[in-house]
Design a protein around this ligand. Structure first.
Ligand code: HEC
Length: 161
């Protein structure tokens, strides 16, 4: 008797979950135009940051000594590979960047600059699945991806007069 009651309870819970999923699918919006909601942004950002932290644990330290040289090489690469989305200066995303879902971030903003250099390198090399951020492993050498990281790092500094 007790067994049958728990089976009925499980069936009701499963039915409710199915109804919830069906309702969610019927009301889901696949358009990239709306601004991602606050709850979705917060949950997805936490998940993304956790996955990046975990993935970047094996990245070795940067092999670059000359910081200024790396920044200027990174800037040149940035102009060829990144500005179509992240905007010419990296701080003001292009119209395309503003139309992506999730939106393209300001690369000098605290949420990006908070990432360690190893984490930034991992993102540039591998990209971020389910966002528009491509992985550059097949396009750039590791050294070039580090140069891009150095350039991104330089963006947080106050603009020169
Ligand atoms: C096709 C558009 C596109 C191009 C080209 C592109 N990005 Fe991105 N990038 C994105 C999007 C979209 C995000 C936001 C991803 C997210 O919020 O999860 C992003 C995020 C980032 C982040 C932040 C990651 C984080 O966890 O906060 C960095 C750093 C970055 N891009 C660097 C670059 C660099 C460097 C290049 C060029 C080598 C580049 N991107 C090229 C679309 C692009």
């Amino acid at each position: 008797m007790r067994g049958r009651a728990s089976l009925t309870a499980i069936a009701i819970v499963l039915l409710l979950i199915l109804l919830g999923v069906a309702y969610g699918l019927m009301h889901a919006d696949i358009s990239a135009l709306p601004r991602p909601g606050r709850l979705e942004t917060s949950a997805m950002t936490k998940a993304r940051d956790w996955l990046i932290r975990r993935a970047a644990r094996t990245v070795a330290r940067p092999p670059i000594d000359d910081n200024a040289d790396a920044v200027s090489k990174g800037k040149a690469l940035y102009g060829m590979e990144c500005d179509s989305c992240h905007g010419q200066d990296g701080r003001h995303p292009s119209p395309i960047g503003h139309s992506m879902y999730p939106r393209v971030p300001d690369l000098g903003s605290p949420p990006v600059e908070r990432l360690s250099s190893q984490q930034l390198f991992w993102v540039v090399k591998n990209g971020i699945r389910l966002s528009g951020m491509p992985g550059f492993a097949r396009i750039n050498s590791d050294k070039e991806n580090w140069e891009l990281v150095y350039f991104v790092r330089s963006l947080a500094q106050p603009a020169k007069p």
